[in-house]
Design a protein around this ligand. Structure first.
Ligand code: TEU
Ligand code: CA
Length: 556
């Protein structure tokens, strides 16, 4: 593996709308991020991924872009963005933007022009088909956000267009070289501005299985999960290669692909030395309890599921490159609320999860608030949920026969709003996020869980994350933590996640992922305890006597 600057770094995802508000409108903004750069530097993060800040009607929180070349006024101006890039650079922080090119917004000029003249050049930017009421649809695929992927083209009763996500997010037609050129131009324009790269959204969707056809229905709606099409489609590599050659490679950009349904045989090409992307997210933990029918169809993830997920990711990546470690993001519930039973949730368990994410082979991505242990947002009514996907999953659960209360419970467990509530800076009004009512409710636990409190408390979760960052950057250990082999240790011991990291040094990471105490035999004597989420560590004749949720990094 060719060594790259980013291998030893720590990345942090900012959800701008909920990060920090400076102009008192209840919405986070770019000047807010600029103001916090010194803090982020002090914390130790090197790469900042910004969820979309482009112009957008915000139907899908910015993942519906109406102008790729401008900043939505709610976040600031292009000048603010230039300043953010500059100020970040001064501090040696790399900015990466979200690249959403599978689809745009139905308010984008391209789509408006396509509606005006579907047979003209912009009609070819999208997938538009003729359709008369009563006809069979070209495919029976179900969009990610529920319902058919087809909708009537505005202003045309006899035409329909394709959308993988919400109907306000028409898919761009990558088969069309003119469209591809437009996208490449835009991508290079941003790279010229000095950003270091992109997180590449939903990219697996750009290749369709053409000509469109029907698939066996998988539910009573007669539709079939869109993922099935992607299992059949081949040749996405041609586009991704072109994208890499034309845009990413000339700038040596750092790119992280959101690749969540892959054809096994093609995947090694996605990342690594010659990959289409520098890295891709390792979604094994996040996907560990997902059902195929919808959110309601999930199972509770166990510590042993997480263990399996961690080793599966490593086995998959080890000969190819480095994946990006995540256990939450803006599309998922808060990891600590999801993976630790509510009545056992405290800072020890939160530290354990953070420790695993940092010590697993891969580049750690922290989602804003993870470092202070932000938890799921409590909801009391489905109407209080903003996220579009939550509402469609609620309907799916009801249709599957769940009672409104059961459906509501499922949705509150998975809702994307859980992780989108404003950042909890301190215990003052509105959690120090804003001076006014924010766009989404603040978690009422902000008086207890907030950054200010944790920075002041030496044994806080935040300080533990800081130690993890410092350890990764400690010259003595960088090689072992970034490049060292990961070898499972006592994998058969239930609720214990343990592994070696081996390079010039040998580390043993041990997590007692349960509330009960546990004994773990050591393979050899300990040279040093590098990190411990508790004040003490009991050892009796080469056996660790771990407390519930104890997590340690040992040097052997
Ligand atoms: O997500 C891709 C994706 O497939 C989603 O369906 C994801 O599985 C879902 O959000 C879970 O509820 C990306 C973005 O991360 C997401 O925020 C966008 O909504 C989506 O693309 C469309 O751009
Ligand atoms: Ca604002």
């Amino acid at each position: 593996m060719i060594r790259k600057w980013w291998h030893s770094k720590v990345a942090y995802q900012i959800y701008p709308k909920s990060f920090y508000d400076t102009n008192e409108d209840g919405i986070g903004d770019l000047p807010g991020i600029i103001q916090k750069l010194d803090y982020l530097k002090k914390f130790g993060v090197d790469i900042l991924w910004l969820s979309p800040v482009y112009c957008s009607p915000q139907i899908d929180q910015g993942y519906d872009i109406s102008d790729y070349y401008n900043i939505d006024p709610m976040f600031g101006t292009l000048k603010d963005m230039d300043m953010l890039i500059d100020e970040a650079k001064k501090r040696n922080i790399h900015i990466i933007m979200d690249l959403v090119v599978n689809h745009c917004s139905d308010q984008h000029e391209w789509f408006k022009n396509a509606c005006k003249d579907p047979d003209g050049p912009y009609g070819k930017f999208f997938y538009i088909e003729n359709y008369h009421d009563g006809d069979a649809l070209p495919t029976n695929l179900r969009s990610y956000f529920g319902g058919s992927v087809w909708d009537k083209l505005p202003g045309h009763d006899d035409k329909i267009y394709f959308h993988s996500f919400h109907k306000s997010q028409p898919d761009l037609n990558w088969e069309n070289p003119v469209l591809r050129e437009e996208l490449y131009k835009m991508i290079c324009w941003w790279l010229d501005k000095g950003i270091s790269g992109f997180r590449v959204d939903a990219i697996i969707n750009i290749k369709k299985d053409l000509p469109f056809r029907h698939y066996p229905a998988d539910a009573e709606d007669g539709l079939c999960d869109i993922i099935n099409m992607h299992k059949h489609s081949r040749g996405i590599g041609n586009y991704l290669n072109e994208l890499k050659e034309r845009c990413f490679k000339p700038y040596d950009a750092f790119t992280v692909g959101e690749v969540f349904c892959e054809n096994g045989d093609e995947l090694p090409l996605f990342f690594g030395d010659d990959g289409y992307f520098s890295t891709i997210f390792d979604f094994n933990i996040i996907e560990s309890n997902r059902g195929i029918k919808g959110w309601y169809d999930y199972t509770q993830t166990t510590p042993d599921d997480i263990k399996k997920a961690i080793f599966k990711g490593y086995e998959f990546a080890k000969n190819t490159g480095m994946m990006a470690n995540v256990f939450e993001n803006h599309d998922e519930p808060r990891g600590v609320s999801r993976f630790i039973p509510g009545n056992e949730l405290n800072e020890y368990g939160k530290k354990l999860l953070g420790g695993l994410s940092f010590m697993t082979y891969g580049i750690p991505f922290i989602y804003q608030g993870q470092e202070i242990g932000m938890e799921n947002l409590p909801f009391d009514d489905i109407k209080a949920i903003d996220d579009v996907n939550s509402h469609s999953e609620y309907d799916i659960a009801l249709k599957a026969g769940l009672s409104p209360k059961e459906a509501f419970n499922v949705v509150t467990y998975f809702s994307r709003d859980n992780a989108r509530s404003p950042y909890q800076w301190d215990a003052s009004d509105y959690a120090g996020f804003s001076t006014t009512e924010p766009w989404l409710r603040i978690n009422p636990n902000y008086t207890k869980i907030n950054l200010f409190e944790q920075m002041a408390r030496p044994l806080s979760l935040w300080n533990f994350y800081k130690s993890l960052i410092d350890l990764r950057k400690d010259k003595i250990y960088t090689d072992t933590i970034c490049y060292g082999k990961m070898i499972p240790y006592i994998p058969e011991q239930t609720n214990i996640i343990a592994f070696f990291r081996k390079a010039d040094r040998t580390l043993l990471v041990v997590a007692n992922f349960q509330k009960d105490d546990a004994k773990v035999k050591l393979p050899s004597a300990i040279v040093r305890v590098l990190l411990n989420n508790m004040l003490s560590l009991k050892i009796k004749e080469l056996t660790l006597m771990l407390q519930g949720y104890q997590f340690v990094i040992l040097e052997l």
